[in-house]
Write a protein that binds this ligand. Structure first.
Ligand code: NAI
Length: 385
């Protein structure tokens, strides 16, 4: 198989999300790590890069050095993953897109809507892919939910109920721990904490599965711990452009909940329930019949689910493999582009800069609504109105 050269910015040693990207990108043999600026500390980044097998001249000290080093190489990286803290995403993504690189950016794509809009336009102008890592949409059964909704198995979708509620920031004694405190400080985190960090995964998944976009929303934000400026719990009601009613709960103070991403979809003729912590089972209730458990890997699922499933039924598949499906989609797209052909529709399911922009617009809409005591506000990006 033709290998694509892959570069990574951030995701250094000890980072939370870096290892999942490296597992995911290497899974199908499409990508080989060829360059990186992996750490905010240049020496640590160079050292870690070489330990991961990078040539010394491609284990860069910072992203600007990487941009200059890669720009004119004949074997320059085909895709750059950006897994740095949120406030740096815009500047790095923009610079790489403008230099003609394809980008996979971690969420949230940017801090402001203007920045997000700018990245959408920069990617279009450069004719490059700008993807956003809503990696949970790579799960086989999430793709199966989408396929079931699209082929009408549930009839018209009345309700979508999403949650991303965990309890990892509930301990008041740890609220001043620097690793926790910055997340609730507007100077470092932006306008929203929990909704921007976790809620948007659930909101994006609701859109991905229903095939509809969020049109309007009304939100209630609270900070349960005293002294926290930004929200640690939020309830967001929304309406989708196809008429579906949406409910979303996100929290970081829900003691006892671990990851907490769940999605339920209720249509006229059936309901679905899926949870990230048990991703290999999907609960399906056809109206008037018995509850069914759909297992990832069993025969006769949708082509989208079959394609995204990697090990046989009964063996657990988890988060890095879901991220791996985003990388596989990107790999197949990039190889198709290189060969001058269009990619198959099946491999265009990865979330794009447009999805990233929709999330940033929703974050700002939710903040505005919360400040206006839950007033309903337009959640669509200005670019798409
Ligand atoms: P982290 O703090 O654990 O790691 C950040 C890494 O980036 C560190 O290695 C740090 O040295 C490096 N870094 C910081 N500034 C840099 C710079 N200017 N140049 C190069 N490297 C730099 O952060 P974590 O939790 O891994 O989050 C990173 C991003 O991934 C965030 O945007 C976060 O929202 C996102 N994330 C996404 C998840 C998902 O499910 N899609 C899950 C967790 C995080």
């Amino acid at each position: 198989m033709t290998k694509l050269n892959w570069g990574m910015i951030g995701g250094g040693e000890g980072s939370q999300i870096g290892p999942a990207h490296r597992l995911a990108a290497g899974l199908d043999g499409y990508f080989a790590l060829a360059a990186g600026a992996l750490d905010h500390n240049p020496a640590a980044g160079r050292d870690f890069g070489q330990r991961l097998g990078l040539a010394p001249e491609r284990a860069y000290g910072d992203w600007r050095e990487m941009l200059e080093g890669e720009r004119n190489r004949p074997d320059r990286v085909d895709l750059v993953t950006i897994a740095t803290p949120n406030a740096t995403h815009y500047e790095i993504s923009k610079a790489f897109l403008e230099a003609g690189f394809n980008v996979l950016c971690e969420k949230p794509m940017t801090v402001t809507e203007a920045e997000a809009e700018d990245l959408v336009l920069a990617a279009r102008k450069a004719g490059r892919i700008c993807a956003v890592n809503y990696g949970y949409t790579g799960y086989a059964l999430v793709r199966h939910m989408r396929a079931m909704v699209a082929r009408g198995d549930l009839g018209k979708i009345r309700l979508v109920v999403a949650a991303f509620a965990h309890g990892h920031h509930a301990n008041a004694a740890e609220a001043d721990n620097p690793r926790v405190r910055w997340r609730y400080d507007p100077a470092q985190a932006g306008v929203s904490a929990q909704f921007a960090d976790c809620g948007i995964h659930a909101l994006h998944m609701a859109a991905f599965v229903t095939g509809q976009e969020v049109a309007r929303l009304s939100s209630d934000f609270v900070s349960c711990l005293p002294g926290r400026i930004l929200e640690d719990d939020a309830m967001v009601n929304f309406r989708m452009d196809g008429g579906t009613v949406g409910r979303l709960w996100t929290s970081s103070v829900a003691i006892g909940r671990q990851h907490g991403l769940t999605l339920q979809v209720f249509g006229e003729t059936g309901g679905l329930r899926w949870a990230q912590e048990q991703p290999n089972q999907l609960y399906y209730m056809p109206l008037g019949q018995r509850l069914q458990v759909i297992e990832r890997g069993e025969g006769n699922l949708s082509p989208e689910a079959d394609r995204a499933s990697r090990v046989t039924v009964g063996h657990a598949e988890g988060m890095p493999l879901a991220f791996g499906n985003i990388y596989r989609d990107l790999g197949e797209n990039l190889l198709a582009l290189r060969a001058g052909r269009r990619a198959e529709p099946a491999v265009t399911l990865f979330p794009t800069a447009e999805d990233g922009l929709r999330s940033i617009a929703a974050i700002h809409a939710a903040v505005a609504s919360a400040k206006a005591e839950g007033a309903w506000v337009d959640a669509r990006p200005k670019l798409f109105r």
